[in-house]
Structure formats: C-alpha cells, structure tokens
Design a protein around this ligand. Structure first.
Ligand code: NIG
Ligand code: FE
Length: 411
C-alpha cells in the first residue's frame, strides 16, 4: 500500500467541505501552521499540526518534507478547450488592427479555422498535442481539468475529440472531466441551415455521445451570431434528457440572457459572464448555478472583467478557470488567472483559492472527492515556492509550483 507523509508544511491553506462555497463562505480558508498530511492509496487519511504520527523511516511511508512552505489543494481548471489542432497566432495581427473576436469568426476564421486544423489531425496527433498541454498544466499545479469538444462539429469529428479526452484519462497524472460542446459554432456545411445543425446535435450527436459515455456535460456557446437563446435551451434540455448535465458559455460578449437560462435549467455552471445582468445573477443564485469566470480571456480579448464581487454578494459560488483555447485564451497558466482574479475581478486571495480548488471541483461535479485537503479526499496537492497565499496571488508571471502531488504520488 502506497503511503505518503508530508511533513514540515509551514502553512496549509484549504477550503473545507464537499460542496461549492458561496458568499462570505467563499473566503473561509482553513489555515494550519506547522502541519502534516498523511495519505494512503491516493486518499488523505489525516491532516494535523505539530508532531507528525510516524517519522521513522522504514515504516513503508514515503516522507516528503515540504520545507516550511505553503501547501494547498491541487488546482482545478474547470473550463478548457484542451483538444484542438493548430494554433491561431496569425489572428493576432487582425486583432491588433482592431478586428473583434466575432468579426474574425464571421469571416470564417476563429473557431472555424481551428475546426479545419482539428479535422485534419488524427486522433493520435490530437492526443499527443493535448498530452503536452496537460503536462504543462500539471507543472502549473493543475491536477483536475475539464476538457470540451467543439472543434469537430460533425458526429464523427466530435466523437474523435471526445475519444482523445478518454485516451488521456489514466494514462498521465492529471484527471479529466469531459464536456460535449457540439454547439460551439455552426460548421461550414450548415452555415445556411442552423435548424438542420441543431437537429443533428439533438437527434444524432447527443444520443451517440451519451450512449458511448464520452461526456458528462453538455455545453453551448450562447452568443450573438452563434447559438440563440432558443437554440441553446433546446440543446441543453436535450442533453439533460440524455443524462448530460448542463454548462453554458453565457453572456460573454452580449447579454443575450444565457445566465438566466442557466439558472432556469439548474445548469451546474455558467461561464464567462462578462456582460451578465442583475436578472441573470438572480436566476443563477436561485438555480444553484456556479459562476465560472475566465479573466485571462478578458485579458487577451481586451474585454471587461466579469463582476465577481456581484456574484459573491448575491450568494453565487465563483470558480475561476483558464478557458485554454487557441482563440480567446492561448494560455493554460491557472496561476496567471489567480493573479488577474485578484487584480481585475477584485477577489481576495482566499476567495481565489476556493475558486480554483473546491468551487472548480464543484463545477465539474467532483466536490465530494476533490478540491480540499481533508480526510477522505484525494491526496492532490501543491507545495509552493511561497510561504503564504498572498505571495502566489501577488507575484505574477513566474511558475511558483515546487512540487505537485497527484493521488498521493509526487509527479
Ligand atoms: O470560451 N467563446 C467560445 N469559445 C471559446 C473560444 C474558442 C475559440 O476561439 O477557439 C471561449 O472563449
Ligand atoms: Fe470557452
């Protein structure tokens, strides 16, 4: 049996509990000085302070000395478009000349350019590329990560992308949660037949994805020029009927009302939310929907930042994620997201920690097992080159991870 004892933890900082934290509770972080963690078979047995239980070598324990550093739960990136072909650096020049994200998409670039590169790539090529990204994420402290499809946009190509996510599960240390995002854009074949594509999603793609067990969530890009409110509702309701829980790219650029829809449907999370209205926030609070905010996307698009404080005041749990994708956030650095969340979303370091651990885990349905350091949870954690939480939210631009432990194993 694999046992791990982490000793000499200068400061252990973690949210506590098995569900998302909202309001004032989002900032409640347990802070233990001079702490230790005992894990067995990938699960935390005990967390304590002072003298650790067994420090004699030869007891079958691997002992990891944290050197007086900060330890937190492993980070959770609850919104990524992990699997895609190519990159889109050629759009940077257009962007600098003032073209907007939706203008680039309407001209056949954007998501549609990545669609071509993704369709052209084999499953093995996509797997190798996503694996490299996951390894980089892990190096930044991410131990659990959501991954969306959405660059295939045909039955076969969406299944191919989702199989890539499945291929990566268990073959490398990070854990994955899979989301079907067939409603990411209208593919060229259906440019003039939106109804036909929505029917393809509802009648063929969702049933096939659900039957193959290839996704837990169904997501929609509800936005001007992409999926309307009505189309989004149909697709998400169809997903729910097939056992796929709902997520939604909502009110990112225009306030179409995606947040209201999320609350009404009891969606697990609504994402982006830069343009969210008071009504949308109210609806999410009622529906128990988590606000998944993506400040690195605001940074790259030169857009406003989502009103994190309003969500916290309204009792909506806030998660933070990268949105890693080739168009609106070509960064997978969740530490940078933490910095931006403090500086731009005006969240405290304590609220940020909950957002990238327990609330992120809740946004992917894993709060019962992941996202905090307490007995019974997965031994996923980060030892930081830092003495306290403020330091990692303040010192942006460096990777401050010293060691990542995944399932009780230093990786
Ligand atoms: O979350 N908003 C829609 N989807 C992605 C961008 C995808 C892309 O541009 O390739 C996002 O920002
Ligand atoms: Fe996204």
């Amino acid at each position: 049996m694999a046992k791990l004892l982490i000793t000499n933890i200068g400061l252990l900082a973690t949210p506590a509990g098995r569900e998302a934290k909202a309001g004032a509770a989002q900032g409640d972080i347990l802070k233990l000085e001079n702490a230790w963690i005992l894990a067995e078979d990938g699960v935390i047995l005990e967390v304590g302070t002072g003298e650790p239980p067994m420090t004699e070598p030869g007891n079958g324990f691997e002992i990891l000395d944290a050197g007086g550093r900060l330890v937190t739960p492993g980070l959770v990136d609850a919104h990524t478009h992990l699997v895609f072909g190519g990159f889109r650096q050629h759009e940077l020049a257009d962007k600098l000349r003032g073209k907007t994200y939706l203008e680039i998409l309407a001209a056949g670039g954007g998501i549609l350019s990545t669609l071509k590169a993704t369709r052209a790539a084999s499953e093995a090529q996509l797997t190798a590329k996503a694996l490299a990204a996951l390894r980089e994420m892990l190096s930044f402290g991410v131990t659990l990560c959501e991954a969306k499809s959405g660059y295939g946009l045909s039955l076969e190509e969406e299944l191919k992308q989702l199989r890539v996510v499945r291929n990566l599960q268990g073959t490398q240390p990070a854990e994955l949660v899979s989301t079907f995002l067939g409603a990411h854009a209208f593919p060229p074949e259906y440019k003039e037949d939106h109804e036909g594509y929505v029917r393809l999603i509802c009648e063929e793609m969702i049933p096939a994805v659900a039957a193959a067990g290839l996704a837990e969530y169904c997501d929609v890009f509800c936005e001007t020029g992409v999926f309307t409110m009505e189309e989004s509702r149909r697709i998400l309701e169809c997903g729910l009927a097939h056992g796929l829980k709902a997520k939604i790219h909502a009110d990112e650029i225009d306030a179409l009302g995606g947040a209201q829809l999320a609350g009404e449907l009891g969606a697990v999370s609504a994402e982006h939310l830069i343009a969210v209205t008071e009504k949308g926030i109210e609806s999410m609070a009622k529906g128990g929907t988590i606000a998944c905010l993506l400040p690195a996307t605001s940074f790259y698009l030169g857009a406003d930042y989502a009103p994190a404080r309003k969500f916290i005041e309204a009792g909506v749990p806030v998660a933070l994620a990268t949105d890693y994708n080739p168009g609106s956030c070509p960064s997978l650095n969740l530490q940078l997201v933490m910095n931006l969340a403090c500086l731009k979303d005006r969240m405290t370091p304590e609220e940020v920690l909950t957002a990238v651990t327990l609330n992120g885990a809740a946004a992917v349905g894993r709060a019962a097992t992941h996202g905090s350091l307490e007995a019974g949870k997965r031994a996923d954690l980060v030892i930081w080159n830092a003495a306290d939480l403020d330091f990692i939210c303040y010192r942006f631009g460096s990777n401050l991870v010293r060691t990542v432990v995944k399932g009780g194993v230093p990786v």
